[in-house]
Design a protein around this ligand. Structure first.
Ligand code: SAM
Length: 291
């Protein structure tokens, strides 16, 4: 039996055999540490009946451990040069389906329906390409897919922003957009030495557990997120200033003040101090007066 793919020796041999050169533009930093991979897979809580969806299998190092743990793995890979390599490295595993596609353009819901028709437990598990981390995560969570959650390696700085609490410098519209749909936690930090090539940023494994329903009830979801983004537009400005400069006009100021008063939110506060519940209250009060 061959060594696991995620060892420096095996990875080097595979890359040499195929003359593979990394494309920085595709965020290709491959994992070469089996312990880290086992910890990522363990964080997903998969069973032998689970389905796993991977984004960017690379040469198959994480895919291999997923195939050993879950019932079936479906992996989206954009780089056609990796397809023959994956066919080779993953040939011992019959439960892997590689889809050659940009995950941002893929109909993930349809892929789930085709591959996991029995409504089984499904987790997304990935070492994400860092240049598109946020668009991929937002797509997966906003499409309301039938998944239990997502365990992914991303830049530590982005993981910190996603899992941030109010009144911290990391807290912002990304924390709220994610935590609205999912419980977010950083599971562990990963040194750059476990990748080839080494990325220039620190990495972390983030776990998102999808909520059955959003954290807060709001009258209009789109308006809620617009209010959140406007409130953080200039972090040093007060809520009132941000809202009247970025979302409403100056002559609507009295109505904005009235809405904030009715939601019991001090207009001098900054967006970063509001909990998601307070944002919901404020957005509904603004909606009732100004929409
Ligand atoms: N899973 C492998 C590992 O851990 O060693 C590779 C991870 S590497 C950080 C990211 C992978 O995502 C690469 O294989 C890259 O080609 C692929 N990728 C980049 N953009 C993608 C996209 N939009 N859709 C699907 N795969 C993508």
């Amino acid at each position: 039996m061959n060594k696991e793919i995620a060892t420096p020796q095996r990875t080097k041999a595979v890359l040499e055999k195929y003359g593979f050169s990394f494309k920085k533009s595709l965020g290709q930093n491959f994992l070469i540490d089996s312990n880290i991979i086992r910890n990522i897979v363990a964080s997903a809580g998969l069973t032998g009946n689970s389905g796993a969806i991977e984004i960017g299998p690379g040469i198959g190092s994480l895919t291999e451990q997923l195939a050993k743990t879950a019932e079936k793995v479906v992996a989206f890979e954009i780089d056609d040069r990796l397809l023959p390599i994956l066919e080779d490295t993953l040939s011992p595993y019959q439960n892997v389906n590689i889809i050659h596609s940009d995950v941002l353009k893929a109909d993930v819901k349809a892929v789930i329906k085709d591959n996991f028709p029995n409504g089984q437990d499904i987790m997304v598990v990935a070492n994400l390409p860092y240049y598109v981390t946020t668009p991929i995560l937002m797509k997966l969570i906003e499409e309301k897919l039938p998944i239990r959650g997502i365990v992914c390696m991303i830049q530590k700085e982005v993981a910190d922003r996603i899992a941030a609490s109010p009144s911290t410098k990391e807290y912002g519209s990304l924390s709220i957009a994610t935590q609205y749909y999912a419980k977010a936690e950083t599971v562990f930090i990963v040194p750059s030495t476990v990748f080839v090539p080494k990325p220039n940023v620190d990495s972390a494994v983030l776990r998102l557990t999808m909520r059955e329903k959003p954290l807060v009830d709001v009258i209009d979801e789109e308006f809620f997120f617009t209010v959140v983004r406007a409130s953080f537009a200039q972090r040093r400005k007060t809520l009132l200033n941000n809202l009247t400069h970025n979302l409403f006009s100056k002559n609507q100021k009295p109505l904005v003040e009235e809405a904030l008063a009715s939601a019991e939110i001090d207009p001098k506060r900054r967006g970063e101090s509001l909990s998601i519940e307070e944002f919901a209250r404020m957005s509904d009060a603004l909606y009732k007066r100004l929409k």
